[in-house]
Design a binder for this molecule. Structure first.
Ligand code: URA
Length: 201
């Protein structure tokens, strides 16, 4: 379904309201106790490219904005490298609340927050989904009928997978998570190479 700017804003606001009130989430108590915020997403509701990460970290949960800590600095650097503005893309995560100690998201958490991500994809209708890290890769590829193509991320990163959604044909590009590049310059060089692919869209 095509929606105008106001429709999309309203649908996103609804998602935000539901996540804010998501008492049944195993991460809700931790959010409240730590005065954290859920992180819904940021960017253009008409983005051609949607980036999907894992879950908010400390900085993200304090500000309510995705990728604004160290991993965010790397992401910004990679976007700059290929000349993509943050304002023209949409950035979100599978899990919308910060897990304690930034541990990996648990299956139950992915199950609770996944449907919000599904709705965000339907609202924005991106032509390209770039997944950051193995959790986003696994979730998106399973969701979009690419489960038979799944392999370890070292074999998947930088490849382009074609699939069809309810709103048309799209491409899925699995990428390493930028956090891995914080201490590993080899991964950063690889990420730079992989990001070049996004320029072609
Ligand atoms: N890592 C993620 O996966 N998402 C963020 O928003 C920040 C760090």
């Amino acid at each position: 379904m095509q929606q105008n700017k106001e429709d999309r804003k309203e649908l996103m606001r609804k998602i935000k309201d539901e996540v804010v009130a998501l008492k049944k989430s195993p991460l809700y108590k931790f959010r409240i106790e730590n005065k954290n915020l859920p992180v819904i997403g940021e960017g253009s509701h008409f983005a051609k490219i949607m980036f999907i990460g894992e879950a908010p970290g400390r900085n993200e949960a304090k500000t309510g904005k995705p990728f604004c800590g160290r991993a965010g600095d790397i992401l910004n650097e990679l976007l700059n490298f290929v000349g993509i503005e943050r304002s023209e893309i949409y950035i979100t995560n599978i899990v919308k609340d910060r897990p304690p100690q930034n541990r990996d998201p648990l299956p139950d958490e992915i199950k609770i927050y996944g449907p919000f991500l599904d709705r965000q994809i339907e609202i924005i209708q991106p032509k390209v989904i770039a997944t950051l890290g193995r959790y986003a890769m696994g979730y998106v590829m399973n969701k979009l009928g690419l489960e038979l193509e799944l392999d370890v991320i070292s074999k998947m990163h930088g490849r382009v997978f074609d699939t069809t959604t309810s709103y048309g044909d799209i491409k899925v590009v699995p990428l390493y998570h930028p956090a891995v590049a914080v201490y590993n310059s080899h991964t950063k060089d690889q990420l730079k190479k992989d990001f070049e692919i996004l320029k072609t869209f």
